[in-house]
Design a protein around this ligand. Sequence first.
Ligand code: C5P
Length: 234
Amino acid sequence: MTRESVVLVAAGAGERLGAAASGPKALVTVAGTTLLELALRGLRDAGVRDIVVVHTPGHARAFADVARRHAVTRLVPGGETRTASVRAGLDEVELATEVVAVHDAARALTPATVIRAVLDAVRGDVVAVAPALAVPDTLKRVVAGEVVATVDRSDLQAVHTPQAFVPDVLREALAGADDATDDLGLVERAIAEGRVQGRIALVAGSPRDLKITYPEDLDLVASLLAADRLGPAP
Ligand code: C5P
């Protein structure tokens, strides 16, 4: 069996959630469950056994309470930026790990099938994998408030997390990187610069892999969870 680990970055402040987040975003509750617990549930359902949670510094105890109930393997404080938090989590991953995925706790409803597909796709010369979806909206390029172009969306994909990697590939890609919202982008750069060899692959993503960012997103998550409880329509 492949030795796999997931680094769940959960150290963000969640400022865009506004009043909904009086503490760390990952500890915001929807229908009685924290976003962190929902994200952990998805990882467990996907069969992930080794999980490193990167938590908000200063909130170790609250995170530890959740971690204990969900058999989290390790808990480590995050950094100033998302990339610093990814580095902190990756440092805790065992050297024997063959595939490591980085996942945003803010994507609390990622289907287990997507998580499994991403992890399984790292093999052969494929060294980095992400879930992606075609972009349904028309896109405009806007500069200083002026529409300057309509972007051809036919070859565009929106990329989500979890993103899975050969651990040494991610380590090399992170070397010297500033803050990045997308670890796959760092691997793209490392391949282009000849620092890393291998291919990147995308697998089918899901609209449920949304990144909870604004207060309205919490309402959407609550509706989706309520619909889950009702089960499929007869
Ligand atoms: O801020 P944003 O929504 O882009 O964050 C994406 C993910 O990165 C979230 O799960 C957040 O908790 C995490 N993050 C982090 N450390 C930071 C900033 C963000 O772990 N310093």
